[in-house]
Design a protein. Structure first.
Length: 193
């Protein structure tokens, strides 16, 4: 098993419940070919497929998609994905709204796999949505009153770039992101006791 990737042992989980591939496919609503390809490691399921398989096996998505290596230490692949939540929004410098679409895509596909993914995704999206609103206001000010709009526009861009880089680096040792200015459009999950 590649230690740089999360482990996913669908065949073992299926056999523990005494199911055939066809039975699991019927329970999950996926095709038997998809179940076969997942078990062979040809494809890695994400998002809705994970939820369907977990539900069919009476597991949580986190139990099904183990993000720990065999040694029990956090997986390097997990750290990489956490970093992506903060580095990928920098694509918004080149492609309009990529700062929102990139972390949104990651969050939708990974939020059910790990609580860390869900939290990093929500915080990153909250920050990017807030910054996009501020940038739109600064562009309007740029047109209406250049001496105020231009500095606001430049400072917002520099602050965004710095915050994304800072939090991308913080994600390596799996620390929570520290964006100092954002509106909570997506509430963080409440801690379970």
């Amino acid at each position: 098993m590649d230690k740089g990737r999360p482990t996913f042992d669908l065949a073992r989980r299926r056999l523990e419940r005494g199911l055939t591939q066809q039975e699991l496919a019927e329970r999950s609503g996926l095709t038997s070919r998809t179940v076969q390809r997942i078990e062979k490691g040809e494809v890695v399921p994400y998002g809705d497929s994970i939820r369907k398989l977990a539900h069919a096996l009476d597991l949580t998505p986190e139990e099904l998609y183990n993000v720990q290596t065999t040694s029990g230490t956090p997986d390097a692949g997990q750290f990489k994905i956490l970093c992506y939540f903060h580095f990928l929004p920098l694509l918004g410098i080149i492609f309009p709204f990529a700062n929102i679409l990139a972390p949104l895509f990651l969050w939708i596909n990974y939020r059910d796999i790990s609580t860390s993914y869900d939290i990093h995704g929500r915080i990153s999206l909250n920050f990017q949505l807030t910054i996009t609103i501020v940038l739109m206001i600064s562009i309007a000010l740029l047109v209406a009153y250049f001496p105020l709009g231009f500095p606001l526009f430049v400072l917002t861009y520099l602050y965004t770039i710095g915050s994304c880089i800072y939090n991308g680096i913080r994600a390596q040792p799996q620390q929570l992101p520290q964006y100092y200015f954002y509106i909570s459009f997506l509430r963080l999950p409440s801690p379970t006791n």
